[in-house]
Design a protein around this ligand. Structure first.
Ligand SMILES: [Zn+2]
Length: 376
């Protein structure tokens, strides 16, 4: 078994803790410390979490018994006195299943360990399945992945297209024919383990935040695929918005005289930036290298007021690298800087995701790790 190295930044817990949750909360504090900072002695854990030595010893004992935490012996090089015993997360003690439903032609999934490392993969073709048939596909994909690990499965995380409620109900995902579909409830009953469902862009930004290359400061991840959506982590929390639709930047109108959008209006950012639209324009104007740069300029125009308002540290573009990581990214980066004050843009980074196409899968694992262990 390997143990964890330092990863990621903490998401601030939301909501008040009930008294009966105290032990669970203390357990999460310990796990979060080991998850973020790597192995530590019991004394170090007491100091960094503010818990008493007795509480730490008690909880570490319980975690060692369950296998989530393992004794690592003394640190190398300690010579004076009785060296402290280090404990660390056992990265492969349990596994997590992550599913990415954001592509229009296939559903992909993976088994991941506590470090967000992929252990096994599987995918199924959508083949036009909608409604209950599409739910069946998801259930079959999850069951296949659960069967591919010999470790206990902590839970299943799902990044779904569309608007997803806090209870894991998919409120509206037109491409899959889901309307008020209680996806997490149905899957949890069928699979017999906890299931967490979130919007794919929100899932992706959690993946980038916890296991990607995100630094401190506000992070916006823009997903570009069949559609365009975004997820934001601000001051340590995922931004939900008044009706859970924060990040729906794809349907901001940027070209009122432009193309018809899937939402029924004309000239949304999605009609400029979504992969099918970009590929169609590139095919129509093969000699014109400006197609991608023009799209990048329009993206920059939309991003500038967001960057100026939120003082973001990073804007991450996630999607087909051949479209995004070149003239498009460069033009968006330039226009944002032209249109914002230096205080907004000097430290700003506009880049592509370090996790590539796995960002939703990894984020789906984060949904489970946060929900079940309180780590992020
Ligand atoms: Zn639209």
């Amino acid at each position: 078994m390997t143990t964890t190295s330092p990863v990621g930044r903490q998401l601030r817990p939301r909501g008040k803790l009930l008294q009966e949750d105290t032990r669970r909360h203390h357990r999460s504090l310990l796990l979060q410390q080991l998850f973020r900072e790597g192995p530590a002695s019991r004394a170090d854990l007491a100091r960094t979490t503010g818990l008493t030595r007795v509480t730490v010893s008690d909880l570490v004992g319980e975690l060692v018994t369950t296998g989530l935490v393992e004794e690592l012996g003394a640190p190398a090089g300690s010579r004076v006195g009785k060296p402290p015993t280090l404990v660390g997360l056992a990265a492969d003690s349990v596994h997590v299943v992550g599913l990415d439903l954001s592509a229009d032609d296939r559903m992909t999934g993976a088994v991941l360990n506590l470090l967000g490392e992929v252990q096994a993969r599987h995918e199924v073709a959508v083949g036009g399945a909608r409604g209950a048939d599409a739910v069946d596909l998801v259930r079959g994909l999850a069951a296949e992945l659960i069967a591919r690990t010999d470790r206990p499965v902590l839970g299943v995380g799902v990044g779904s297209p569309g608007v997803v409620g806090a209870d894991g109900t998919v409120i509206d995902a037109p491409n899959l024919g889901w309307h008020d579909t209680p996806l997490s409830t149905v899957l949890a009953e069928a699979l017999g383990c906890p299931v967490t469902v979130a919007n794919d862009a929100n899932t992706a930004v959690l993946g980038e935040h916890t296991f990607g290359a995100a630094g401190d400061g506000g992070l916006m991840l823009l997903r570009v695929g069949t559609g365009v959506g975004a997820g934001l982590v601000l001051e340590g929390s995922l931004l939900h918005g008044h009706r859970g639709a924060a990040g729906e930047i794809g349907h901001v109108v940027v070209d009122p005289g432009g193309d018809r959008c899937a939402c029924g209006r004309t000239g949304c950012l999605e009609t400029v930036l979504a992969a099918p639209h970009l590929r169609r324009r590139l095919a129509a104007e093969p000699a014109d290298g400006d197609v991608l740069a023009r799209a990048g300029e329009q993206l920059g125009t939309v991003l500038a007021p967001v960057v100026g308002t939120l003082n973001l540290r990073e804007v991450v573009l996630s999607g087909p690298a051949d479209l995004l990581d070149g003239p498009l990214r460069a033009a968006a980066d330039r226009v944002v800087r032209e249109r914002t004050m230096p205080v907004s843009s000097e430290d700003l980074v506009v880049r592509t995701s370090a996790l590539g196409e796995d960002v939703v899968l990894v984020g789906a694992a984060v949904l489970v790790l946060t929900g079940q262990l309180g780590v992020s």
